[in-house]
Design a protein around this ligand. Structure first.
Ligand SMILES: [Zn+2]
Length: 65
């Protein structure tokens, strides 16, 4: 029977499987601020989703001093 001559090393197997579980994040542009964001997710920049304000954006300089 044609069998593989040698066992594949663990590193070789790991290298082959390395890219398998890498998810591609599909980016879409926000309808409010036109910035790139992951689709089906509230915009991290302006907090809008489907033209509605879901999460009010955080103030940038909110440091307790
Ligand atoms: Zn936005």
């Amino acid at each position: 029977m044609p069998n593989p001559k040698r066992k594949h090393s663990k590193s070789r197997t790991a290298k082959r499987r390395g890219g398998k579980n890498v998810k591609k994040v599909s980016l879409s542009s926000c309808s409010n601020c036109k910035s790139l964001k992951p689709s089906h997710v509230v915009c991290p920049v302006c907090g809008y989703y489907k033209d509605k304000l879901i999460v009010p954006p955080k103030e940038k300089t909110k440091k307790k001093s």
